[in-house]
Design a protein around this ligand. Structure first.
Ligand code: FA5
Length: 340
């Protein structure tokens, strides 16, 4: 008959001396496994005299339960110590579950700008990037607006502390840069980018906004080419059924000048709040490049003609998505930005 008290003491002493998980598992086999000493001691009950059998049996079971609990506690402790040791040694626990990365998305202005660029690429236009900090000469004078010309009032300007240096009010000064770089070769480019105007912020006007300038110069470029380009762009961008309307207008750097409207995308020309009940929405200013501007860009107006246009990107996006407040674009409100 086993000496239960001796067995328990021995098992506990050996358990306390186990240093790692493998020693613990060996201990478990020796005492609590199928062939283990504790199981053997429990089976021993049949050899105990009947008057001691009940006491022996219950003591053997108590020892089995208590050693099982001691083993589980020791195993948990050793696992915890091993985890802490590996964390402090590696500083990276590859067993921990990963943290999900939230993926961002392109700003709606960048996305639609890509679409616009793709449409013009199909029409044979290259992209030319021009500077945002300009000089007065290129932003105004070379575009046929000498100092004190009243047309300058059309563009409220952010001037810098350096005299004659300003934030461009439109992408049109890029026309001068690209012409001077490429003259006398024909040009077909778009010039996308940010513009700045010192004006009141309203639901339709911001102090910073994107424009997409277009410029085509060649020996036989006509108003019909301008019209065809605009119509092709509007239909590719907004749908084949779109109607385009051309009104005469005035810009100092184009002659003749036009303003281009599209039938309202929301009410299909019937009249609604977005189009101010007119059925039409303005999408760009345009015209034939003024001879003075051609000359300033290095081209002879006797040999070359050209067309140019400039459209406001945010206004176009407002049409596509029926956005009623331009201030949303740069307000950094994720609820707005995540919709696109
Ligand atoms: C111009 O800026 C001319 N440079 C366009 C041009 C280019 C005409 C080439 C002829 C030849 P305008 O000031 O109208 O024109 O601006 C063009 C477009 O920019 C407008 O139709 C509008 O869509 C957008 N825009 C103008 N001001 C703002 C503003 N404050 N906020 C948002 N968009 C604006």
């Amino acid at each position: 008959m086993s000496n239960l008290a001796d067995l328990e003491q021995r098992a506990l002493a050996e358990l306390a001396s186990c240093q790692d998980e493998s020693a613990l598992r060996t201990w478990h086999g020796k005492y609590l496994g199928k062939q283990g000493e504790v199981v053997a001691a429990v089976k021993e009950v049949v050899n105990v005299p009947p008057e001691q059998r009940r006491a022996y049996g219950s003591e053997a079971n108590r020892i089995k339960v208590s050693l099982t609990e001691a083993y589980e506690a020791a195993l948990a402790k050793i696992k915890q110590l091993a985890l802490e040791a590996s964390l402090s040694a590696d500083a990276l626990d590859v067993t921990m579950p990963g943290r999900a990365m939230s993926s961002g998305n392109l700003h709606v202005a960048s996305r639609v700008m890509r679409d616009v660029r793709a449409v013009f690429a199909d029409l044979g236009f290259q992209v030319y990037r021009s500077r945002e900090v300009e000089d007065d000469l290129t932003n105004f004078e070379l575009l046929n607006m000498p100092p004190h010309h009243p047309a300058r009032d059309m563009w409220d300007t952010f001037h810098t502390t350096i005299p004659g240096v300003l934030l461009r009010t439109h992408t049109s000064p890029g026309q001068i840069h690209v012409m001077r770089e490429h003259c006398p070769a024909p040009i077909r480019v778009i010039l996308p980018g940010m513009c700045y105007r010192y004006e009141n912020i309203t639901t339709r006007s911001e102090i910073m906004f994107h424009q997409v300038e277009g410029l085509a110069i060649g020996e036989r470029v006509t108003m019909a080419d301008l019209k065809g380009t605009i119509v092709a762009f509007a239909r590719r961008m907004f749908g084949e059924e779109r109607q385009v309307r051309i009104r005469s207008s005035y810009f100092p750097f184009t002659e003749p000048s036009i303003e281009v409207d599209m039938d309202c995308i929301v009410c299909a020309g019937k009249g609604c709040g977005l189009c101010k009940r007119s059925g039409w929405l303005e999408i760009m200013g345009a015209g034939m490049v003024h001879p003075v501007v051609l000359k300033n860009g290095g081209y002879s107006p006797d040999q070359f003609t050209g067309f140019a246009f400039g459209m406001g990107l945010e206004r176009i996006i407002m049409l596509i998505y029926a956005i009623d407040d331009i201030r949303q674009f740069w307000a950094n409100d994720l609820r707005f930005l995540r919709q696109f």
